[in-house]
Structure formats: C-alpha cells, structure tokens
Design a protein around this ligand. Structure first.
Ligand code: PBG
Length: 320
C-alpha cells in the first residue's frame, strides 16, 4: 500500500523529458504577418504582444529578425488602402510578396492569405448581391482565383483561401495550373468557424463587417460551431478539390475537429490556427499576472499537437 506506480516517471526532470510523447519545435510554427498600405510607422496590434501592423519597410526588418530567431515560415495578410464593392486589385499585396521574395528567396516559406474582407468596403469576405443580403458565391470565387494567381505569380510559395466560399479550392488550383504554377501549394481554411475569437485580427486587418450592412455577420459562409459534421464535409471537399494542407480554425475550441480530420481525412497534413482572440486570452492573462505566458503558450501548442496538428499557425511563433 502507498507504493509508487505511475508517479515514478514523473519524479524528476530528466525522466519527464525522456517520457514525453510530444514536443513543440520551431520547425512546426508559422508566423502571421500584417502589412498595411500607406502606413508610415508600424503599429502594435491591440490585445497581442509582439504583433504589428507593419509598413512595407518594417515588414522586411521584422522578417529579418524572425529569421535570425529561427522562424522561417510565414502567413501574410496584405491590407490595401482602397476598399471597393466590386472592382478590386491585388497589387499592393503582390508587391509585398515580390519584395519579400526578392530579399529572402528560399530562406523563407511564404504563404499568403487569400480573402476579400480587407479589400471590400463592407468587410465581407466576398462580393455582395445587389440587395446586400447574400455573398455571391460564383462572382466571389472568380475574384479569389484572380487574387491567388496574382500572389502566386508574385512568388508566394503557398496561397491560403480563408473565405469559405464553395468551390474556391478547385477554381484556384485550375487557375494556377493553367499558368504553369503547379508547384504553388494550397493551404485551405478547410474548417473555419464563425467564431467570436477573431476580434484583434479584425482590428488589425480592417475586416470587420460594417455596421450598416444588411448581412451583419459571417454566419452565411463560415461554419456553425454546433456542426462538426459540416466541418468534416468541408475539409473532405477541400481535399478532394486539391487542397494540400487543411487548416482548422480557431484551434483550442475545435480540437475535436482536428482529431476528427486525423481520423477521417488522414491523407492531408493539418494546420491548427491559434487565432488572435486565443492569443489575446493568453497574453491578457499573463499581463494581469494570472498565468505564466510561456507555460500557457506551450500548453496550448501541445494540445494542438496531441489533437493531430502537423503545424501551428501562431502569433507567438517569434517569441523566444
Ligand atoms: C478573414 C480571416 C479572418 C482570420 C483570418 N482570415 C477573420 C475573419 O473571418 O473575420 C482570423 C484570424 C485571427 O483571428 O487570428 N477571412
């Protein structure tokens, strides 16, 4: 009685290190980047530590610093100065991609978010019909394919559609292939939920649906948190259409979806996207002395790995 059974391997740090089943490595982390057209000096993003809305110049310096800290994979969000209802161009973001690739070449892997929400004057992820009560699927997919092509031609290694329209992966794949860009990967936001955890991002990317809209939120295209089966169907569909990597987003509230993908769509790598609100939760706890920031971060990353993530898109990738 009272003898040790399971505790023996927990008793010292050496054994704790030796017995771990999972480890977070910098190799697995992808750092999001925001670059804003017309910004003279970079600005901190409210709620998250060490995350900035970069100017085109500060962006290159930040990537340089990240590279020396061992971070080499990035997800870029380009935020244009001009917003439009229909005719939009992707020149600003394409120019940033070209500048990054010119400077860093293959030393980095650059994925670029493909969505319209930072480009539209109403903040929705696609083009609205005349009544403003429906995001037009077909018209939106055509513009998304155009954006993806512009980014791939500028040198992006990967395009990451985050709009949640139907059929966008197939449309993007064929437009890239037709232009000889068959080596450009597609990382689709395959299971992206209509979440309340996107707040800091929407401030950073100027992508909150405007208050005057008929359609006030994104629930007519993003997934319902109460429908895991729809998430699996969405991921399977994206895989069938040619997505190379599947993103689950947000991360911690949807670990069941990640492990569901591991079991049900096993032939595609999975990315967990720890979103801005999740990051802010950790950083605000720490800022208030209620959590150890690094320990909380590690714990959340480990949860993603246990659930089946091969990689994690995380705002804290660059932290030591
Ligand atoms: C836009 C997009 C969003 C995020 C990435 N791309 C937010 C949204 O749907 O409003 C969220 C990222 C984050 O919160 O970190 N399509």
């Amino acid at each position: 009685m009272g003898r040790l059974s399971l505790r023996r391997t927990r008793l010292n740090p050496h054994l704790r290190e030796l017995t771990r089943e999972f480890r977070v490595s910098r190799e697995q982390l992808v750092q999001p980047l925001f670059v804003v057209d017309g910004l003279a000096r970079r600005e901190a993003v409210a709620g998250m530590d060490d995350v900035y809305r970069e100017s085109p110049d500060s962006l290159l310096n930040q990537i340089e610093a990240d590279l020396s800290a061992g971070i080499s994979k990035f997800l870029l969000f380009g935020i244009p100065a001009q917003k439009h209802a229909t005719a939009m161009d992707f020149d600003f973001c394409a120019a940033q991609i070209a500048a990054i690739k010119l400077r860093f070449g293959d030393a980095i892997w650059l994925a670029t978010d493909v969505c319209l929400c930072s480009h539209t004057n109403h903040g929705h992820c696609g083009l609205l019909n005349e009544a403003g009560d429906y995001v037009d699927n077909e018209a939106t997919v055509a513009v998304l394919a155009k954006a993806a092509l512009a980014y791939a031609q500028a040198g992006a290694d990967c395009v990451a559609p985050s709009d949640m329209m139907d059929g966008r992966v197939a449309a993007i794949r064929s437009s890239l292939d037709n232009q000889g860009l068959d080596r450009t990967a597609i990382m689709s936001y395959a299971a992206k939920f209509a979440s309340a955890f996107y707040g800091p991002f929407r401030e950073a990317a100027q992508s909150t649906p405007s208050p005057g809209n008929v359609l006030t939120d994104r629930r007519s295209y993003q997934l319902d948190p109460a429908r895991p089966a729809d998430a699996l169907a969405s991921a399977q569909r994206d895989a069938d259409e040619g997505a190379d990597i599947l993103i689950v987003k947000p991360a911690l509230p949807y670990l069941d979806i990640l492990s569901g993908l591991r079991d049900r769509v096993p032939n595609r790598p999975r990315a967990a996207y720890q979103v801005s609100g999740e990051q802010a939760a950790i950083d605000l706890l720490a800022a208030n002395g209620l959590a150890d920031r690094e320990a909380a971060q590690q714990e959340s990353w480990l949860a993603c790995l246990r659930a089946g993530a091969n990689m994690i898109i995380t705002y804290a990738a660059r932290r030591p």
